[in-house]
Design a protein around this ligand. Structure first.
Ligand SMILES: O=C(O)CCC(=O)C(=O)O
Length: 365
């Protein structure tokens, strides 16, 4: 296989991206069970019948299975009343049934208008610019931190990781991929102590390392993003280019405003509408297929430059998944691995190291 003629990327990405024609797909076996998704209301009813409310300490979250992906629905069950549910979730909710609520995030027009920057970084699966009408609520803030701030944040995180970081590489990922995660949310995946800053209603901003605290303060004063209290900070660090993050919806209790800061490397993050994923269950669960063709034809690729932060809320947060596709290697021995941006005409060379730091905020209430 031979390289395709090199295509030119927007100047800012020139050093990061090359174009290739033929790529050899590295396959990893993925098994999946096809489950038929049920309509939200029927699922809510069934779950309600099965729930023993006397045992519930927090809201009950319903999930929809799309193949292997368990996606939380924006519907919760709780015996504790609307105000308590809003406090538990960090977002307004609307009553939809007996002790059942649906999230009602703030209106999209509260955020800064979509602009040239989103036109620059978002692509559909034909490589076209995503119009503002088609954008489900994704915004990009390039150069959010300086190089010096990046160094400072990374130094603090590496230090903290020796106490709080746990390995989260998927089994099928390369043994060399040292990946670790730090969060104050109890994911029941490790016996290590949780990160000291906590989570949800019990988040302690003062316990963040100074670099992350500065990011939180900057976000809180960023024009065009009305935010309530911070509820989650989760750190993912990879030291291998062999990774993927399957389509997922962030935990409902994290809150309605997700920001992800990308350090050490750029990345392509893929948003998929859940409604289309339901019709593409097999393709969306088959890594050979989605590495090449993405999860659905309605996907949107967000190119996130190094040191940028992206934000997603509203439909992009609750009705779309986000994911990082596996990278592929060129079949001609070219060094490195690549990920497509929209189409294979524009590809990003993946760096070995990347940190993705997620900051989630409540809505102002
Ligand atoms: O790597 C990214 O930009 C996304 C991270 C993410 O979605 C997550 O950790 O839940």
């Amino acid at each position: 296989m031979s390289p395709r003629a090199r295509a030119t990327l927007p100047t800012a990405f020139l050093v990061l991206a090359v174009a290739v024609t033929s790529l050899a797909w590295r396959s990893r076996a993925v098994s999946f069970a096809v489950l038929t998704p049920r309509p939200a209301q029927k699922a809510a009813q069934e779950a309600q019948e099965a729930v023993d409310f006397s045992q519930m300490t927090g809201p009950g979250i319903l999930h929809e299975m799309i193949g292997e992906y368990a996606l939380p629905k924006p519907v919760v069950l709780s015996p504790h009343g609307q105000l308590r549910v809003q406090e538990d979730l960090g977002v307004n909710v609307t009553v939809v049934g007996d002790e059942a609520y649906i999230v009602s995030p703030q209106h999209w027009s509260n955020y800064r208008p979509l602009g040239l920057v989103e036109e620059t970084y978002l692509r559909d699966m034909e490589g076209e610019t995503v119009s503002h009408e088609e954008n489900p609520g994704i915004r990009v803030e390039p150069d959010f931190v300086s190089e010096a701030e990046e160094d400072h944040i990374m130094a603090e995180l590496i230090e903290l990781a020796s106490t709080f970081g746990y390995d989260f590489a998927a089994e099928e990922e390369a043994a060399s991929s040292a990946s670790w995660r730090m969060t104050g949310r109890d994911e029941k995946k490790t016996d290590l102590p949780l990160a000291p800053w906590g989570w949800g209603k019990d988040f302690h901003e003062s316990k963040l390392p100074s670099g992350l605290r500065s990011v939180v303060e900057k976000l809180q004063s960023l024009p065009g993003y009305p935010l309530g209290p911070i509820r989650d900070v989760t750190v993912n660090i990879r030291s291998s280019d062999d990774y993927q993050m399957v389509p997922h919806v962030d935990p409902l209790l994290d809150g309605p405003n997700s920001f992800v800061l990308s350090l050490l490397s750029s990345a392509v993050v893929t948003f998929s509408p859940i409604a289309t994923l339901r019709t593409e269950i097999e393709r969306a669960n088959d890594d050979e297929q989605y590495a090449q063709h993405s999860y659905t034809d309605d996907d949107i690729d967000c190119l996130v430059p190094r040191r940028a932060i992206y934000h997603f809320a509203g439909n992009a947060r609750y009705l779309w998944t986000h994911a990082v596709r596996p990278s592929v290697s060129a079949g001609d021995g070219t060094d490195g691995t690549f990920e497509r941006w929209g189409t294979w005409d524009k590809v990003l060379r993946r760096e070995k190291n990347r940190a993705a730091i997620i900051f989630t905020f409540a809505d102002p209430m």
